[in-house]
Design a binder for this molecule. Structure first.
Ligand SMILES: *Cc1c(COP(=O)(O)O)cnc(C)c1O
Length: 393
């Protein structure tokens, strides 16, 4: 049996790096060295300089490559460093078709930075295949996908877009941060580059910033390696170790958080103070069938819409368990308010057009007891109802 025959749950623990061949240590050693002694006058060893390659970082890179079903993985100092470096596969004059509710940092990279280097873009609602088709130009070189999307958890049909990309000779990137290879493996669906903010579910403990990129094609792997080494935004060894450590429990964390998210979403959907619940695990979600066909689950992030800003404020001020913060994918539940956090820079009208209203809250479900979370939410929602039913003075 090769490691490839095991399920991801087993593979997270029993892989090439289950112990250190030099000592038998069952944790990957942290190799701080920046440079490596060359024992021959005219011959380099496997490692020469830590920007170009480091054993601890390499262990993480090999682990993520295997989990995603790729041939090569690359670790960066943040998710944005991974995404920005991958964009350097493009050249002046190229055009990008990109999902309209892409992560804010990616939006900024494309609209504020790449444009200055002659790389143009079109944002589209990627749930509408016709609109994606119509936005492809003769110089389109990349279709950039994020699914489920943030914060409305829209589902994009990865296979359909890969097909469209192949017909038009362009690459596809998928930001797989929300689901991780435990739930979705885009390379298996024909995607060229998978990107991660490993800061979120992969590392999982709100204690490290890290980014990853994985490819299957070896030529693309060589190009991306050259870019990683040229740009130099590599992940430090302590953070590579923390990410590896976090990944060992990825499967159980996600399974538990996802089960709780499903239960919460089903409770919230019937609540009178809640106008809408956005979660691809609900059968009423428009992307439910696609999500079922291309992933192993809906993940552990959901959003819900209260009446207005006052209702959202009342809820946040009364709910006790989640931390109120940006970010997601951690052991603790994280509640965030997109209108004033991730999408604060977006004009109100633009924000509303995208469905990110003043009453919208996003929840990343952690590992707390589902009963405690349900009770906590119920009590906070009661306050919302009382406050909003009070007649204005
Ligand atoms: C957080 C996040 C990023 C950026 O990652 P950093 O590690 O913060 O640089 C990119 N994409 C998605 C979907 C994210 O949630």
């Amino acid at each position: 049996m090769s490691y490839n025959d095991f399920s991801i749950q087993t593979n997270l623990l029993h892989n090439k790096h289950k112990f250190d061949p030099a000592t038998g240590a069952v944790s990957v050693p942290i190799q701080h060295a920046s440079t490596f002694h060359q024992s021959k006058f005219d011959q380099f060893g496997e490692f020469d300089y830590s920007r170009s390659g480091n054993p601890t970082r390499q262990a993480l890179e090999e682990a993520i490559a295997e989990l995603e079903g790729g041939t090569r993985g690359f670790a960066f100092s943040s998710g944005m460093a991974a995404i920005s470096t991958a964009f350097l596969l493009l050249s002046k004059g190229d055009h990008v078709v990109i999902t309209e509710d892409v992560y804010g940092g990616t939006y900024r990279m494309v609209t504020d930075v790449l444009i200055r280097f002659g790389i143009s873009y079109t944002f589209v609602d990627m749930t509408k295949l016709d609109e994606v088709k119509a936005s492809i130009q003769s110089n389109t070189k990349l279709i950039y996908i994020e699914t489920p999307s943030n914060p409305l958890l829209k589902i994009i049909d990865i296979k359909a877009l890969v097909e469209l990309a192949k017909e038009n000779n362009c690459l596809t990137f998928v930001d797989n941060t929300f689901l991780t290879p435990a739930l979705q493996r885009p390379l298996d669906l024909g995607v060229d580059v998978v990107l991660h903010s490993a800061t979120k579910f992969l590392a999982g403990h709100s204690d490290v910033l890290a980014g990853l990129a994985v490819v299957k094609d070896e030529g693309l792997g060589k190009q991306l390696y050259k870019l990683q080494n040229s740009f130099g935004a590599v992940l430090g060894v302590q953070d590579a170790w923390l990410t590896l450590r976090g990944m060992k429990t990825l499967y159980v964390r996600l399974a538990q958080s996802q089960a709780t998210a499903i239960e919460l979403a089903n409770k919230l959907i019937g609540h009178p103070a809640i106008e809408e619940v956005y979660f691809p695990g609900l059968q009423t979600h428009p992307g439910y069938e696609i999500q079922k066909s291309q992933s192993n689950g809906p993940g552990a992030v959901l959003s819900f819409r209260l009446k207005d800003e006052d209702a959202a404020r009342t809820f946040v001020e009364h709910v006790k368990i989640p931390v109120f913060a940006v970010s997601l994918g951690a052991v603790e539940s994280i509640l965030s308010y997109p209108a004033k956090m991730s999408h604060a820079a977006m004009p109100r009208e633009e924000r509303y057009k995208r469905g990110i209203t003043d009453g919208l809250l996003r929840l990343s479900v952690g590992l707390e007891s589902v009963e405690d979370l349900l009770k906590d939410f119920e009590l906070a929602l009661e306050k919302v109802e009382i406050t909003s039913n009070r007649s204005p003075v």
